[in-house]
Ligand binder design. Structure first.
Ligand code: FES
Ligand code: FES
Length: 158
């Protein structure tokens, strides 16, 4: 089937099999390997992207379901050479070790801060509760999101 998906602002058209998952469309068809693929059972959340402005696990969405819709991936977070505050927070607060969960965590964090610019620790933990980090105790991930929130409030209000 021919589908056209707007990915990070660009219209991308491709012929895909009806069974192709969105995560594989992004990674294998479009070469956007920033979105990771971890479990295939919708448990780990490393595959989170935005579909029409909402975080989804892209291993639970067929590529054909995104036809005519808008997808934002981790490659679409930065503004040119300027990292998104969430990305800056993960760098500054050591929010990653191996980095495997990081793209999905950042996409969820960005969505959270767009809807709640001053989230509590509990709200951050709730937001990322569908995502697993195999490396950390989540402390630095939460700290990274809190840094991004306070940075945005003080320096770059959205
Ligand atoms: S690969 Fe999608 S939730 Fe694990
Ligand atoms: S940093 Fe390794 S899985 Fe989260």
């Amino acid at each position: 089937m021919k589908i056209t998906v707007t990915v990070n602002g660009d219209e991308r058209t491709a012929d895909v099999e009806p069974r192709l998952l969105l995560v594989h469309f992004l990674r294998d068809t479009l070469g956007l390997t920033g979105t990771h693929w971890g479990c295939d059972t919708s448990n780990c959340g490393v595959c989170v992207v935005w579909l029409d402005g909402k975080p989804v696990k892209s291993c639970t969405v067929l590529a054909v379901m995104a036809d005519g819709h808008t997808v934002r991936t981790v490659e679409g977070l930065a503004d040119g050479a300027t990292l998104d505050p969430v990305q800056q927070g993960f760098v500054r607060c050591h929010g990653l070790q191996c980095g495997f969960c990081t793209p999905g965590m950042m996409m969820t964090a960005r969505w959270l801060l767009d809807h709640n610019p001053d989230p509590s620790e509990d709200e951050i933990r709730e937001a990322i509760s569908g995502q697993a980090c195999r490396c950390t105790g989540y402390e630095n991930i939460v700290r990274s999101v809190r840094w991004a929130a306070s940075h945005e409030r003080e320096v770059a209000p959205r």
